[in-house]
Write a protein that binds this ligand. Structure first.
Ligand SMILES: [Zn+2]
Ligand SMILES: [Zn+2]
Length: 449
């Protein structure tokens, strides 16, 4: 939570709406540019708690624990490579700028700032459009559309692969705009798209003509035929109006993929479609068809138009049944507490990574990745969840002993008092799941007799 102290509340909230001045976001060097997205995570949760509060008051069930946690889990998953690697966007952009720039616009000019704002937003529009129209790019982007709910947590449901398909769309800007200006807009453009993921803001009046709004983006997340391949905008909806992909909100939107994946498993959400696409690639006959599987739209099949046939989209009408797994209340409470602890651990790791060895950072990331897999199994109510939880709780206790001896909490061997409380909690959780495993094993043996 150290990020919260770093940025004043009002500044953090303003950044979420792109409400910043040119002066406060103009930097000479890339190293000076704040990590706007990383620094915003506490503000994401402030807004998410506010939305949960509104939902509880209204009792409209627009938020579900398993779906929301899975979205946040995908958000963590997508940030894992960025803990150890430099941004692909920045590396590619700087390479073009350093070697091929045609002009060098001043970094502190308001003209450069506004030009870059428009350029990044236009680049985002075309990236996003092709992410829906080109299958291998869709394989990454579909993660963001895999939630059947639509709320602020859905904004965090991001793909770990997407950054490797989007960087190329911004390179034309590197011919004349300094990297520091690009990095500011690259981050703020993504940040702006957080708050529009809500059903509680109906219309923004005249702003609907210019800005991408909750109403426009709801359409983008819809699986009703009228919503398909519409409203690709990042910040300004004008691009959709110019390029003919705009659609105003009409009948109530049913959210999610046209063919829902029906799982909370993070690995299936991230990589399941890539696997499906590769299977199709190998199984379809003819080189042309194989190329079409990769480069045409996800709805393409032999004899169909490049982006598929709208008649093939299943007809849906709200309210539409969603993927739902009934879990005992104690499991939901257990999962919510443990998931929150993992989230805080991930935040801590991001904040403290520079003071840690590479091996320790990688071990912590593997642990976080494994934990997210465990939560997916719990929410999907898989029988293997109990075994996974025994291992996860044991690894947490073991990890704590190692961190303590390596001096993570201060001097080697020292551990703050509150950590003892967590130790006790994980030891209790370990014993609980071990007992459930024994019981499951017992009943299996009895059944086989
Ligand atoms: Zn999209
Ligand atoms: Zn979205």
């Amino acid at each position: 939570m150290s990020n919260l102290a770093k940025v004043p509340l009002f500044t953090g909230l303003r950044r979420l709406f792109y409400a910043v001045s040119v002066n406060e976001t103009a930097f000479k060097d890339v190293e000076e540019v704040p990590k706007y997205i990383d620094e915003s995570s506490p503000f994401f949760f402030v807004c998410i708690f506010l939305e949960i509060f509104v939902s509880l008051i209204k009792q409209d069930k627009k938020l579900r624990l398993a779906d929301g946690a899975t979205s946040i889990s995908a958000g963590m998953y997508s940030r894992i490579p960025m803990v150890v690697l430099r941004s692909v966007h920045l590396v590619s952009y700087m390479w073009v700028y350093d070697n091929y720039r045609l002009a060098e616009l001043p970094w502190d000019s308001a003209w450069t700032w506004w030009l870059c704002f428009l350029g990044v937003d236009l680049g985002y529009y075309w990236f996003h459009r092709l992410a829906h129209e080109v299958n291998f790019m869709w394989a990454a982007h579909q993660v963001h559309h895999s939630s059947e709910d639509y709320n602020l947590s859905t904004a965090l449901r991001q793909s770990v692969l997407q950054t490797y398909t989007s960087w190329i769309f911004y390179l034309p800007l590197a011919l004349f705009i300094p990297p520091s200006v690009f990095m500011v807009h690259n981050e703020l453009n993504i940040l702006y798209q957080f708050w529009i993921h809500t059903q509680y803001i109906k219309s923004l009046g005249p702003l609907e003509y210019i800005l991408n709004t909750p109403s426009h983006h709801r359409v983008h997340h819809g699986r009703n035929p009228y919503c398909i391949d519409k409203n690709y905008a990042g910040t300004l909806i004008i691009w959709d109006r110019i390029f003919g992909t705009f659609q105003a909100e009409d009948e109530e939107v049913v959210y999610g993929l046209t063919h829902p994946i029906a799982t909370y498993g993070p690995n299936t959400i991230q990589f399941g479609y890539s696997q499906y696409m590769l299977d199709r690639f190998w199984n379809i006959g003819g080189l042309w068809n194989k190329l079409c599987v990769i480069f045409c739209g996800p709805g393409w099949s032999p004899g169909k138009p490049r982006t598929g046939d709208i008649e093939d989209i299943p007809k849906v009408k709200a309210p539409w049944p969603k993927y739902e797994v009934k879990l005992p209340s104690w499991v939901n409470i257990y999962a919510a507490i443990h998931f929150t602890i993992t989230l805080v651990m991930f935040q801590e790791l991001g904040a403290r990574k520079s003071g840690l060895s590479q091996t320790m950072v990688l071990s912590c990331l593997l642990y976080i990745g494994f934990s997210l897999t465990c939560f997916g199994k719990i929410f999907d109510n898989k029988s293997s969840a109990a075994y996974y939880e025994v291992i996860r709780c044991f690894l947490t206790l073991l990890g704590d002993v190692m961190l303590c001896s390596l001096g993570y909490y201060g001097n080697p061997g020292y551990r703050p008092k509150f950590i003892y409380f967590f130790q006790g909690f994980f030891a209790f959780s370990f014993a609980l799941w071990a007992l459930i495993c024994f019981k499951m094993h017992d009943s299996k043996v009895k059944k086989s007799q």
